[in-house]
Each structure stands twice: as C-alpha cells, then as structure tokens.
Design a protein around this ligand. Structure first.
Ligand SMILES: Nc1ncnc2c1ncn2[C@@H]1O[C@H](COP(=O)(O)OP(=O)(O)OP(=O)(O)O)[C@@H](O)[C@H]1O
Ligand SMILES: [Mg+2]
Length: 249
C-alpha cells in the first residue's frame, strides 16, 4: 500500500505569464499534520485547489490518496475533505440543512446523513448551534461547522485552507485538539495558517514565497538550523530576505 497521502513533483500553475505556483515538490505521509505556510499571495490556495482536483496544473506531477491529479480528479474529490479559505456553506441554511445538502452531494443516503450529522454534532459540540442559520454563527462555531461538513464522508485526507482565520485563541486551541484527534485516527491533515503557534503543532511545515517552497522540515529543526529565536522570526526573516532580493534596485 502506498503510504504517501500526497506526492507533488515540480508542480506549477501559471495565470498568463504569472507563475502563481512555480515548480514545487513535497510529499506528505498518511496520518501526518503538514503545515503549508507562506506569505499572502505565495500560491498556497492555488496549490490546494490543484491537489483537490479543482484546478488543472500547468505542469508537473501530483497524486493525492494514490490518485493522479490530472486523470483521477473525481476519485480525489471522494477521498478528501476540503475546507476552502472562503466560507463556502450556505449562509441562509441552518447547519443541519448544510450538512444534509453536502451529505447528498457526497452521495450519502438519508440514513447515513442522519447518523453522521448526529456523530459530528456531538463530536464537534455543535448541539446548540446546528439548527441556527449558519450566517448567524460566531466565527469559531461557523468554522467548526465547516469542518464538520468536510468530515461528512469520512475522508482520509483533509485540506484545510486557513481554517482558523479570525478565530479567537481559545477556539483555535480547541480546533487544533480536534485536528490532533483526527490525525491520531489516521487522517492526514494538510493545513495552511498564518498563525505561528499553530505551525508549531505541525509534524512538518513548508514555507512558500512567490510560488516556490523556500524551506521544508520539522518546525523546531528549522528554527535550530537558522538559529532563529522562534518560528515567527524565522518566517519573517526568510520572507523579508527574499522580498529584498526580489525588490527593484
Ligand atoms: N484565477 C486567477 N487568475 C489570476 N491570478 C490568480 C488567480 N488565482 C490566484 N491568482 C494569483 O496567484 C497568486 C497566488 O494566490 P493564492 O491565492 O494561491 O495565494 P495564497 O498563498 O493562498 O495567499 P493568501 O495567504 O493571501 O491566501 C496571487 O498573486 C493571486 O493574485
Ligand atoms: Mg490562500
């Protein structure tokens, strides 16, 4: 059995002449929490959309859950959960209605949807929120509901694009506890974040800048290698130095 959840080799995506993703390579093992970090506009969301089978690459290779990102996008979509950067649930539906809608879209029957909704509502502590309009939920609860929707079909790989953006620290901590539990159950987690405390929770991280991966490794090993005080300093130094290199003279 292939124990790689994600394999990416020299993957690129151009928009016209602009190289949003410029030849990146990485692998993620099953059950790993991989932090996909980078500056704004570095190309993280573009990469995730290619890995989720939602955007065709310009060049390079990739497989997710053993499926080829060019030829088997539909199989990938069935094997993964995806939480997009933009809140993608229907704001004028309740949480339960969203779960029903997405459950059907994933091909679950009514009984499966009922059972999974019950399980996820309990697991995510959503009992008091699941029957409220999703637009009326505080951000932390809204993001937790979106996580629940992405877990409906019991995916083995989760792609989470800034899932805790705008979420308070206590809620972020709880959200990460859930991610840890999922990883312990064997779910692979590919997550982007701009919060460096969260990056420290990851098994490995990559740091992306202008379409390229500039570093990849275990958070504390990277901090040590660069003799940085912490991950935030390392991140800022790596990005700032490269911005300087690329700035016009
Ligand atoms: N459809 C598109 N057409 C043209 N340019 C695009 C398109 N999608 C993304 N880009 C550009 O590609 C670059 C990378 O965008 P992307 O959204 O992948 O960055 P990101 O790393 O996710 O940033 P952020 O941290 O702000 O979410 C940006 O300069 C963006 O403007
Ligand atoms: Mg993004």
């Amino acid at each position: 059995m292939n124990d790689r959840a994600v394999v990416v080799e020299d993957l690129s995506r151009h928009f016209g002449r602009f190289r949003a993703v410029d030849g990146i390579s990485l692998t993620v093992d099953r059950g790993e929490i991989f932090g996909f970090l980078g500056a704004n506009g570095a190309g993280k969301t573009t990469t995730i959309r290619m890995l989720c089978g939602l955007l065709a690459p310009t060049a390079g290779k990739g497989s997710v859950a053993g499926f080829d990102i060019y030829r088997q996008a539909e199989s990938i979509k069935k094997s993964i959960g995806y939480m997009s950067q933009k809140f993608s649930l229907y704001p004028d539906l309740t949480g339960r209605e969203n779960l029903n809608f997405y459950g059907a879209a994933y091909g679950l029957d009514r009984k499966q949807i009922r059972v999974r909704t019950q399980q996820l509502t309990e697991r995510l502590n959503l009992q008091d929120f699941v029957d409220r309009l999703s637009s009326s939920l505080p951000v932390g609860w809204r993001q937790r509901l979106a996580l629940g929707v992405s877990l409906l079909h019991e995916p083995k790989i989760l792609f989470l694009d800034e899932p805790t953006s705008g979420v308070d620290p206590v809620f972020r901590r709880k959200f990460w506890q859930l991610l840890y539990e999922l990883a312990e159950e064997g779910v692979t987690i590919f997550v982007t974040t701009h919060y460096m405390d969260e990056a420290e929770y990851c098994g490995r991280i990559s740091i992306m800048h202008q379409g390229k991966i500039v570093e990849l490794g275990r958070p504390f090993e990277l901090v040590e290698r660069y003799r940085a005080a912490n991950l935030e300093d390392l991140f800022v130094d790596l990005i700032r130095n490269r911005d300087n290199v690329n700035a016009p003279a």
